[in-house]
Design a protein around this ligand. Structure first.
Ligand code: AMP
Length: 433
């Protein structure tokens, strides 16, 4: 089968900008279009004829419009970035209409869209995880928290924009968390049921594996920085920066985690008739009793994608096509030996309320910097000027011969960029030293 020559990327963030960039770099020189995209994606150019990547104003959740667009444009491969369209069944819908699409189907997306589904699956198939209980009853939930001395994590079952997880240090906090999620419905219907896990101490790392239904290929390690402020202070965010590789797992230890997690995962999927083709992204806590899985995501991480894909040497069109086609076993993932660091520049106030439409200055200067790429997340074009258009605005990413070099290069690029209220952490990757 020839490789896809036209690709539609669904999504609008830094992850999607990175995917677009790598797809454009494929020797297949595909025509790449994006829905809805952002200002950075719209500036990328096709390898074939240098024309700009078309960004079409269709939301990532408007499945009927996306389908009509893909059919009209005769798209060979659709690549889905965010979790919402996956949970809505975009893959099932496109497959039903005979289109090739990369991402997990609706059944497989449950690993992310239902924490109860994941927890039960991990327990059934012996995947190491936190001691946990699942509840639909408030009194039973609070009783279970008490058995953990109140040191627990209360999680809304459903998708809650990454916010439905409350960490508690005592019983009073745990009861408040249960009330907030199950009674006040702070996260809406997502909180009708909860998972309550014991609080695990350790070092948290991100894992990624590309899957094709039977084979799972593990990526190197990376680490995200979830809190808004330096030294892991402040509120939880979608992620303020990443780096890869981490020093916390060597190759043998990573292979061991992969064996303990991916083997039972794929076996369980086959047993449960879940055709898992797409990306598996487990959140892992390295505890003194070994690695434990906190949760599963069913798509590329953001901003993990920025550091992973800048290190990837393979042709991404070929890999995603193989993942969707069930032929991944023929491919070996190859990674640059260099380190990669991504620093997120966010709008002032993020993750709370923030303004939009602030002019961004200095992007041109970063184009001249070596081994540096600024991936756009929340940006838009207004009267010919690139402006802020979201909480996380840019992912300033650099490669280096080691982490210190990559870190210094990324921060040198950050210094070139200004917008009113810009906030970023100054300690991305510092944990590694
Ligand atoms: P989740 O969305 O389930 O990954 O949870 C969000 C964040 O909460 C994780 O990235 C961890 O930092 C933290 N977390 C989740 N579960 C636990 C746990 N059982 N113990 C300690 N921290 C946790």
């Amino acid at each position: 089968m020839p490789l896809p020559s036209s690709v539609l990327v669904v999504g609008a963030g830094g992850r999607e900008h990175t995917l677009v960039r790598l797809l454009l770099a494929s020797p297949a020189k595909p025509r790449v279009v994006c829905a809805p995209g952002n200002a950075g994606i719209a500036q990328e150019r096709l390898a074939k004829n240098s024309s700009p990547v078309e960004c079409v104003n269709i939301s990532a959740e408007d499945l009927p419009k996306l389908l009509a667009f893909a059919q009209e444009k005769k798209i060979d491969l659709v690549v889905v970035g965010p979790d919402n369209p996956l949970a809505l069944g975009i893959v099932d819908l496109f497959q039903k209409h005979g289109l090739k699409i990369w991402g997990v189907n609706q059944k497989a997306a449950q690993f992310e869209s239902s924490k109860i589904f994941s927890q039960k699956f991990m327990e059934k198939y012996g995947i190491p995880t936190a001691a946990a209980g699942t509840f639909s009853d408030v009194v039973a939930a609070k009783k279970f928290c008490a058995t953990l001395g109140g040191k627990c994590v209360v999680k809304a079952d459903g998708l809650a924009l990454g916010k439905g997880v409350l960490i508690c240090t005592n019983q009073a906090e745990a009861e408040k968390a249960v009330d907030e999620i199950m009674v006040s419905k702070a996260f809406g219907a997502a909180g009708a049921n909860v998972v309550i896990q014991e609080f695990l101490e350790g070092i948290e790392v991100s894992m990624h594996a590309l899957c094709d239904g039977t084979t799972a290929k593990i990526f190197p390690t990376s680490q995200d920085h979830k809190r808004a402020l330096d030294d892991d202070l402040g509120l939880n965010t979608g992620g303020m920066g990443t780096y890869s590789p981490t020093p916390f797992l060597n190759d043998a230890q990573l292979a061991d985690v992969a064996k303990k997690v991916l083997e039972p995962f794929m076996r369980g999927c086959i047993e449960e008739k879940i055709d898992y083709r797409g990306l598996l992204y487990p959140g892992v806590m390295l505890t003194k009793n070994g690695p434990k899985i906190l949760e599963f995501n069913a798509r590329f991480g953001d901003p993990e994608t920025q550091v992973y894909l800048t290190r990837l040497e393979n042709d991404l069109v070929e890999l995603l096509d193989a993942s969707a086609s069930g032929t991944l076993a023929r491919h070996e993932l190859k990674w640059k030996p260099e380190a990669s660091v991504c620093v997120i520049m966010a709008s002032g106030g993020y993750p709370g309320n923030y303004p939009k439409g602030k002019n961004i200055y200095g992007l041109d200067a970063t184009n001249k910097l070596p081994r540096t790429k600024v991936f756009h997340a929340g940006t838009a074009l207004k009267d010919g000027q690139i402006v802020t258009n979201g909480g996380r605005v840019l992912g300033v990413t650099a490669l280096g011969k080691d982490l210190r070099t990559a870190q210094a290069t990324a921060y040198a690029a950050v210094e070139c960029i200004q917008f009113e209220g810009a906030q970023f952490r100054r300690d991305i990757a510092a944990k590694a030293f």
